[in-house]
Every structure is written in structure tokens, then in C-alpha cells.
Design a binder for this molecule. Sequence first.
Ligand code: GCO
Length: 432
Amino acid sequence: MEIKFDKDFIFGAATSSYQIEGAWDKDGKGPSIWDVFTHQKGNIRNNDTGDTACAHYEKYREDIGLMKELNLKSYRFSINWPRVFPQGRGGINPKGLEFYDNLVDGLIAAGIEPNITLYHWELPQALHNEGGWESRETIDDFAEYAAFMFEHFRGRVKLWSTFNEPYVVANLGYRMGIFAPGIKDPQKALQVSHHLNVAHAKAVAVFRKKKIQGKIGIVHCMSPVQKMDNTLSCAENAEMVDGMFNKWFLEPSFKGSYPERIMDVIKKEGMELHAEKNDMESIKENRADWLGINYYFRTRVFDTPGGSGGFDWKKSVNIKPVEGALYTEMGWEVYPEGIYEILKDVNKNYKIPELYIAENGAAMKDAVIDENGIVCDDDRLEYIMSHLENCKKAIDEGVPLKGYYYWSLMDNFEWAHGYDPRFGIIRVDYDT
Ligand code: GCO
């Protein structure tokens, strides 16, 4: 099968710092909340940690060589905030900054465009100890960190994003407690989600004020929502899922307010979102130049007698397997049409000038390896082709999709799942 894209369409691959770098305490790096969280036994499958991960901190030159071999046009990665600012603010760690200088310069020399995510969950533990994302102080710390990075890489880095998946930061980290910092408090999760929105806007404002050449974006995990039953409770749960997953962060930016239905449920559940006077205005005024969409699966919502149309919508989602569908090692349905559906939905609901697929990929068994250590990767190739086909279909219908980053460049630390799931187009031998 051959799918034709414009010559300037960006084909890339993505990673994040904690998942690949290792060197968790090397050369002056300060701890992040993920270093602390993975060192607490029981939080991560097999008690895996990112202490070593893929040793990208030591092996980055070799890794750039592999990216070149892959003919990547761009590489999306994140900066480990406490590697550069060990205490989150104030003193710089020169060796930490040097690593990112070498990485960026190496990419540019290899003709690979750096696409930097400022925050892929690596909050400095020192800031968490002072309240972290629950505190508005951290919003200012983030804006200062962003300002420093924009200036430091001025002219070398043109593609930036503020946050990777604020939904996950707030809901898995503060509501469900299954990600760092492991808090289970819906009210805190709600307030954190607002602080992330405000922090995003402040970083965009800095980007604009400094007249940085390039484009500032944000990356959200998104999923097309489908109602599988025609009952009221199914409709209510679907609205909650769509609101929480797809709209909570985009509506303030592109429509100036949070989804009404969710605000009603929040009040009904006795929670309150504390916004300061010009927060919403700042969020609306400082919107991103581009949106990165992380697409993995669709969200099928069923009628569940227990479903209240409240925050327990997870009970109504994807609870019945799809006959004949393929499922990845993460238990996610392979549904290529969904990448088309979500691109069309986003383009219909929000006029965003540039869209990227910032992540799309699959954890496959990767069980068959030949005598040269090459993985029989037909299933992953099929996965990529079917999703690219659907991306092209969206482009042909006028969606301004500018690029596709495969998740992930290499097998890596898959958060609470540890190293078991392998997403990489490059296989990592964890023994070496
Ligand atoms: C995410 C994160 C990635 C994950 C990937 C697979 O989308 O959750 O951005 O760090 O590893 O998505 O779950």
C-alpha cells in the first residue's frame, strides 16, 4: 500500500525524559516526583523504575544515529525539569543543561527537527514539597522555567509544547492516584487541572512576549466518544467522558469557559473550582499555535445501571470487547478509523491552525526475533499504515494535519506498567 503525503509533512517519533533517559541522580540532577513515586514499592509493575531506563543520557549520540537511520524528520522529546533546575527554580545544573544542548545540536546536525515538550510529568520533587500543582506558586515556577528554555534554545528549537496530557497529570496523578504524585482527591485533581490551564497560558504569554521564532503548542490525549446504547444514562456518561477527556482543556482555550455540564456535576458533587479574576481571560487570550493529539483508542460508552453521569463514567466505558478487533499489549482496541474521527471532531469544534498527531503507536508482543536480533514487526507496520491511511483521509478533507509522531522511538518505561509493554520501533535490550 502506498500513501502520499506532502513533502513537508513531518514524520517523527516521540519519547519522554523519564521514560528513556535514566541517570536519575547523575551529574547534579534533582529528583522528580516520578523518581520518588517509582522508588515507593508497589506503585509500579515489577517495582520497575526509571533509574536507568534506556540510558539515553549516556547513549543519546548513538540514539540520534538510529533516528537518522530511520530517516526521521523530527523528534519529539521532553526536558527533565529537575535535571536543569534541581530545586525547580533558582540554581541551574550546568551538566544537565549541557546534555540538552548536546542533544539539540546533535539533532540539528543530523537534520532532525527538535520538538520539545516542557512538561511530560517531571515535576521537581522540591516544588512538590511546597505544594506542587496544587499551589499557584508552581504556575510561576513553570513560567520561569519555560522562559529560560525558550531563550536558551532561541533560534535552534522552533517547535515547543507546554504540557503533555494535562488530563493524565490531573486525573491519574491527583484523582486516581495511580501516577505520581499518587494522590486520590477529586477536588485537588479539579484545582490542579485549572492550574495547568493557567500555567499553559502563562508560558504561551512568555513565548509571545519574547517573540520566539517558532510555534508553541500543547499536547492532549484524545479519543472519539461513541454511544453504544440509546438510554439517558448512556448519553449522560458519554457527555461526561467527552467533556473530561476531550473538552476540559480545549474549551477554556478556544471558547473561554469550562464545559457547562461538567461544571454542573462538579457543583452537584460539592466541589468547587477556584479561579482568580483574570484566569479565564488569560487562558483564552494565550492559546496555542498548534495542538498535538495523542490518539490510541476510541471510547465506547455503554448504559450501566450504576452509572450516575458523574465522575464514575469509567464504569461505562469500553466494558464490552469488540468482536474480531485486535487488542494491543495495553489492552487497547486497534481502531484506526478513530484517528480520522478525532481529527475531524477537533477540526469541526475548534479552529486550530495546525494539528499534529503527537503520539500514536502500539505495544505489540514483539515475540519473534530473528538471529540478527531483528523483531518481526509486521503487526506494528500494519498498525502504522492503517493509522496513516486515516490521517491522509482527514488531510484530504481539509484537516490541517502537519505531522505524525510515532509513539515511541524506542521501547521504554511505560509508567505504572513498567517495562513490559514494548511500543518502540527500536527494540531495547534492557540487559545491556
Ligand atoms: C501517554 C504518554 C506516554 C505513554 C504512551 C503510552 O500518552 O500516556 O504521553 O508517555 O507512554 O501514551 O501509554
